[in-house]
Design a protein around this ligand. Structure first.
Ligand SMILES: Cc1cc2nc3c(=O)[nH]c(=O)nc-3n(C[C@H](O)[C@H](O)[C@H](O)COP(=O)(O)OP(=O)(O)OC[C@H]3O[C@@H](n4cnc5c(N)ncnc54)[C@H](O)[C@@H]3O)c2cc1C
Length: 392
């Protein structure tokens, strides 16, 4: 352990897209900020294991954090991509359904409208045929605001802004524990951080932000004074992807009606134009609350569950009948930190927990940042900055 602690205004635990966006917001507001990341590079967690979709904000209960941060985040993200030359494409997306899906599509249109997304529209059969000739569906909605982004370029640009503001991101730096220090206005946090293989460093800061993604609950359980009732139980749910071999006819993203816990087996395109299907929802069970955060633990098994691929083909063939099942190959997977136990419970909202909730000055926790966390990252950065400022 080094003798004197390094003094900082703010430390953000986790350099995924959310931690980086928070680091950018805090450093640009003049706070001397350090983003610490346990892995050898930024964004090796969920931020590099997703669909890369900039969501319009169609699915979430109006007024929820998911709805408002998605809509605000989407606007901020398109502007950021333009100003920072981050590769992105506003391709638009179709949501397609058969007769039995009409009610689900109606729910999407009314939720979207109540969340301020007013450009979603029903397509006629002729329009659908002109836009995606191989898609067969009774009903189709078109969302022109949906797009895709190169997440790696995005994270590099966020890190660049942090450095321009005079702050830093450090990798191979694993948060171990935080304890309260000081009294009155000089109150703050002392952090123990493992650097590299086994070097220990001590940091101190006024503001501690827990943006540790899948490990946010395990980080929280190592923060002195944070009552157990403020640390949610987290269940992991894997999303498996299948990649499509050969060429394809698609120009837009194509989604079926959503399923409990996920958005249905949909088609996304990456910036290179390659097509993949998924992610599905495979519940992995309760995350061990005593695990060491920032390390590789057995509950994070990213192997694609190939048994799921047969189901993929059948569900995609409902709207793309000419798909041959053998064209689907195991792709990759990502894991969601769910605040619910299974698909029967209604989806939980994003949780931003500040001093008003847990009573500890200078601490902000983020829990359950699943989709649309990528889209929402810049809005989450704004919200954390606002929370820190108003509760200081
Ligand atoms: C399958 C899937 C598909 C998705 N698709 C989309 C999509 O298309 N569009 C969209 O908007 N959202 C999508 N999402 C959601 C989005 O990817 C996430 O919300 C977002 O990436 C979360 O970012 P994060 O920074 O919170 O987490 P992460 O990227 O996981 O970052 C957390 C970081 O904290 C680090 N860390 C953990 N513990 C410690 C510690 N003790 N010390 C230091 N560092 C630590 C980890 O190593 C990690 O790098 C998807 C998610 C999944 C799982």
């Amino acid at each position: 352990m080094t003798g004197k602690a390094t003094d900082l205004d703010a430390v953000v635990v986790g350099a995924g897209v959310v931690g980086l966006a928070i680091g950018r917001a805090l450093s640009q507001s003049g706070l001397d900020t350090l983003v610490i990341e346990s892995q050898p590079r930024h964004g090796m967690g969920t931020s590099s294991r997703n669909s890369g979709v900039i969501h319009a904000g169609l699915y979430y209960p109006p007024g929820s954090n998911k709805a408002s941060w998605c809509v605000r985040g989407r606007e901020l993200l398109y502007a950021f991509c333009q100003s920072h030359q981050v590769a992105h494409k506003q391709l638009g997306k179709l949501i397609v359904g058969q007769d039995e899906d009409e009610a689900a599509l109606q729910t999407i249109t009314s939720r979207a409208k109540d969340s301020g997304v007013t450009n979603l529209r029903w397509l006629t059969q002729q329009e659908l045929k002109a836009m995606e000739p191989e898609v067969r569906a009774r009903h189709a909605l078109f969302s022109p605001s949906t797009g895709i982004v190169d997440v790696h370029e995005l994270m590099l640009a966020l890190e660049g802004d942090i450095e321009k503001a005079g702050s830093n991101v450090v990798t191979q730096s694993c948060f171990l524990a935080a304890s309260l220090i000081g009294t009155g206005v000089s109150k703050g946090w002392q952090l123990d951080v493992k650097v590299g293989q086994d070097e220990r460093h001590r940091l101190s800061c006024q503001l501690l932000v827990n943006a540790a993604g899948l490990d946010a609950d395990a980080v929280a359980s190592r923060i002195e004074g944070l009552a157990a009732e403020h640390i949610p139980k987290v269940h992991f749910a894997k999303g498996n992807y299948a990649s499509l071999t050969g060429s394809h006819p698609f120009k837009h993203l194509v989604y079926p009606a959503p399923v409990p816990g996920g958005l249905g087996t949909h088609l996304t395109l990456n910036i290179a134009g390659e097509a993949q299907f998924g992610p599905d929802v495979e519940w992995l069970g309760l995350a061990d609350p005593h695990r060491l955060p920032g390390s590789t633990h057995p509950s994070l098994n990213y192997a694609v569950n190939t048994a799921q691929l047969a189901d993929f083909a059948a569900s995609v063939q409902r709207w793309w009948p000419s798909l041959r099942a053998e064209r689907l190959q195991p792709g990759y997977s990502g894991i969601r930190p769910k605040l619910t136990q299974n698909a029967k419970e209604p989806a939980a909202d994003f949780v931003l927990q500040g001093p008003d909730q847990h009573g500890l000055a200078g601490l902000v926790n983020l829990f359950g940042i699943e989709s649309p966390g990528l889209t929402a990252c810049l809005a989450i950065g704004e919200a954390v900055h606002h929370c820190a400022k108003t509760s200081a």
